[in-house]
Design a protein around this ligand. Sequence first.
Ligand code: NAD
Length: 459
Amino acid sequence: MNDLQFSDEIQTQRDFFHSDATKNIHFRIAQLKKLSAVLKENESKMAEAIFLDFGKSEFDLYTTELSIIYGDLDESVKKIKSWSKRKRARTNVLNMPAKSFIIPEPLGVSLIIGAWNYPFQLCLSPAIAAISAGCTVVLKPSELPSRTSAVMAEMINSHFDPGFFRVIEGGVPEMTALLNEKYDKIFFTGSIPVGKIVYQAAAKHLTPVTLELGGKSPVFVTARCNMDVTVRRLVWAKFLNAGQTCIAPDYLMIEKSIESIFLQKFIAEIVRSKFALENSNYVQIVNERNFDRIAQYLASKEIFYGGEMDREKRHIAPTLLTNVTFDHPIMKDEIFGPILPVISFTNLEDAILQVKERPKPLALYVFSDNREEQNRILSSISFGGGSINDAIMHIANQYLPFGGVGDSGMGNYHGIAGFRAFSHEKSILHKGNFFEPSLKYSPHTASRLNWIKRLMSWI
Ligand code: NAD
């Protein structure tokens, strides 16, 4: 029985929202600047916590989380005025004389739920979008990196009004209690099964959701790729965060004719870049449950390279599996760890079809310098977003909306897309008072109906 209740906390936020304080653009800008200052002040605390939680280095924290958060903060502070301006719209002849416009308005009280793998970025980037749009924020970070979650709670709860921005820590019981409340927006980042729980809870109150989920993201490498560049970028993208990245390349589809030489170069690059158990900056698997889940694949007879592990330190070495088919157990679920299954193909059309028959991926990457191959893959397969001749880096372009499609999620954010995710577009028709044709009013005679039909065919 779950006795937890958050109705008071949510009511405090609703009261704050109804005070209209967040409608003021200067208030939002001041809060964003304050957030930036608080983060800068606490960088060393964040670095210490995340290193203790799962061995993530200060370098990785800055490059994969803080730089993105600071980028979002700068962009929002600069653009918030233009994003929130009312926009003129055209008026159709039927409604003339009139003016039409659209007012972006904040949805209201928002609940943001974060995943653990980039804990600061996945919590704070949506929070920045919500604040920019004028929403209040209840933020629930993942409980798995517990020190990181505690630092986030301490930083936010000691600097912001709880009616405006509040961190509530906890796991499933807290989430279950939070999801019993009514919000005006829920923004969830996490796994597909929990995404379904969130979606069902939101449906009870008709609350709009953004679901940033996961899945298996494929990489296509064809014989027309630049092999050295491809290898370098892919090794980095796959083993960054020990493969625990939602848009990490999950599996490799490679043209058979280059497979052997490609794999040799791939292994050489793993060695050169020191993604290895003995490297103290190589990220740990987040907990034992995830370690055991990933380790089961290491019993596979298809291991071509790697396979070493250290359960005590929760480390798994970069591992390649070859001769994999879509029936292999590793092809069932998202791997979310440093193992790359390799599937070779001789016919690109067949390879495309195999991917199309599976759930829509969050990301897809094409390594080829051939325009036809690039276009064929991009136009044929539905997926959230991705890159040509790179991997992961599309997430670092704030001008590209980021999000999934189908099983990999719904809605998107970053830059103006984030502002829109937390806004409603209120449409207004402002009519003049000096002209009023009588056609639509009673009595509804046959001749009036004829006139209406004639007029409608002209406009
Ligand atoms: P998760 O779904 O286990 O947890 C996400 C959040 O949901 C956490 O805050 C957790 O406390 C909560 N939660 C967990 N179980 C719950 C339950 N039964 N009821 C209610 N709430 C619950 O995901 P995770 O392990 O933190 O993250 C890994 C997953 O997230 C992967 O699938 C990955 O692809 C995905 N992900 C997606 C993105 C993206 O931007 N699309 C980013 C990062 C991670």
